[in-house]
Design a protein around this ligand. Structure first.
Ligand SMILES: Cc1cc2nc3c(=O)[nH]c(=O)nc-3n(C[C@H](O)[C@H](O)[C@H](O)COP(=O)(O)O)c2cc1C
Length: 187
């Protein structure tokens, strides 16, 4: 029940944000699984293929149109799920760049936005460090982080089957629980 609006939201808007750009990204696969686990929703995939943040560019021509689009998608979303790949034990430049740009848009569109961060990475820890760094940046942006058991998909290169489905029941169960928790926040 959304008490502010006074009605039950049956088809919430879910924005999925992948910190990896490549088409075959395992984080994108994980987000597709996350959207399935969330249930009925209007799902939008964010595009983080943005120019690098540059204060001179911002001063000369303002926030780029692609960033404005992303900010509008964030503003319109009822819930967000971010999947963070791990690069050199940290957040991907792509994701950090997007957060930096969005933080420059007038008003804080991320403030109080119900959000879950998950990750898939090649190493044994499933991107835990990247996830931790992402949560730290999001806390600064006053995002409403929905807590729960971490979703850390390790050995990403062998974690999904040919149809892009998670092979591990443990990962799937953790993802289901987390996404249902996110749904309960908004529906
Ligand atoms: C530059 C670079 C650095 C990486 N560093 C790490 C790392 O620190 N820890 C880890 O678990 N995997 C690391 N990886 C592997 C990625 O996590 C893995 O390829 C992951 O699947 C990438 O996400 P994607 O499949 O969504 O593109 C690294 C990959 C690249 C390209």
């Amino acid at each position: 029940m959304n008490s502010e609006k006074g009605y039950i939201m049956s088809n919430p808007k879910l924005l999925t944000i992948s910190g990896a750009l490549r088409k075959g990204s395992f984080n994108r696969m994980l987000l597709a699984e996350a959207a399935d686990a969330f249930g009925d929703a209007e799902v939008t995939q964010a595009d983080l293929n943005l120019p690098l943040y540059d204060g001179d560019l911002e001063e000369a021509s303002g926030v780029p149109a692609q960033v404005q689009t992303l900010a509008s998608q964030i503003a319109a979303a009822d819930a967000i799920v971010i999947s963070a790949p791990e690069y050199n034990k940290g957040i991907s430049g792509v994701l950090k760049n997007a957060l930096d740009w969005v933080s420059r848009v007038e008003g804080n569109v991320l403030a109080d936005k119900p959000t879950v961060v998950i990750s898939a990475a090649a190493g044994r820890t499933g991107g835990e460090t990247a996830q931790f760094m992402t949560l730290s940046c999001l806390a600064q942006l006053q995002v409403r982080l929905i807590p729960g058991a971490q979703v850390l998909v390790a050995a990403s290169y062998e974690a999904f089957d040919d149809a892009g489905k998670l092979k591990s029941e443990l990962d799937q169960n953790a993802l289901n629980a987390r996404m249902q928790k996110l749904r309960a926040e908004v529906v």
